[in-house]
Design a protein around this ligand. Sequence first.
Ligand SMILES: [Zn+2]
Length: 399
Amino acid sequence: MADIAANLAAAKVQVRRAVFRRTSDPAEQKRMLAALKADRWAGDPFLARQMRQHWKRGRNRTHDQIVVRADQHNTVVDGRGRLWLAVPGLQRRRMVRIPLSTTVAPTGTLRLILRGGRVEVHYQIDASQMRSSQRPCGDRTVGVDKGYTEVLTDSEGGRHGCRLGVLLASESDRLKERNRRRARLRSIANSAAGRGDHAKAHRITVNNLGTVKRDRQAARHRARVRTEIFTAVHRVVDKAASVVAEDLTKRFAGRKMLGKNVNRRLAAWTRGVTAEALANVSERRGSALVHVNAAYTSQACHRCGRLGRRNGDRLHCTPCGVVWQADVNAAINILQRAGDPDIALHTPHHKVKQILQDRTDRHRTRLPVQDSSPATAERRANNPNRSAMSNKQEAASCT
Ligand SMILES: [Zn+2]
């Protein structure tokens, strides 16, 4: 609003000059300037023309969609049970009929988007009416870590959405191969155009470098990944009343990191979808989503807090003498961050490291004194058996 007001004021300066250029009659000048000042310029043809010329407005670059008001469309079911949507066309009283691929009639204000020779009908629905919204959430508090081969790993050792890795890898390979081929065709077209063979260049552009099929396949892939991610989040919410997670909308990597690399772009995108799914599903099913600071959660041993050695999906903690499943360990760390008195959501990275170090240092200086005392034996008894814990995590299967 402030921008619009500023642009309006700037336009009036220009128009005022135009008024003085147009007439030297003081009465006429006064009339026009008064109309301009009182925002009555639309009534005067000269002022209106000048304002249209000088008032900078936003430019709409949307060219493939229209919005249809709720009272201007209707749906009919034909004899074969197919649903048709009728919307106003360019001719008066002639509705344009669109066959729909669903049996649920869209309601309310519609947005029609023309994409790849198809019409997409977008409309709002009440999330509380959705079937998944009726499903209650679980009753536990669960920490989750975002993985690469699976969507989420929870602090109880459960893996969710295990097909994500395969989906992303195959898509990234396919894209790389396709982009390579398209680049080759484009260079053939460019060299043909350089030779003056514009017919050939045109043929290649039209027949081999189209975007309809490519866009449709991309949309289908996106839909598959979204389903995988949302299903995984539903599995977590099935057992959790409270989901503790890293804030995935926060960006660590700068724009530079994304670049041309297909893998990174896909990873960044799935990160965003996972964040959306966590917020959306939690909201719909009534579980709480708690964001925590995830700094060093993938590197620190959840039992002793020291930074371990990462080797693939394993995390070696030398002081504990244990090998953890890296992402289960991270999920447990994330869960523990929810109740951490020192590490808040926005505590800087280096401070988190300092806090973790201080804690283990304190632990180390206390150890020799307590090592032979009964307290240590008691603590050992309270801790879950190391090898049993590892075995449990090995057996963790994907849901
Ligand atoms: Zn440890």
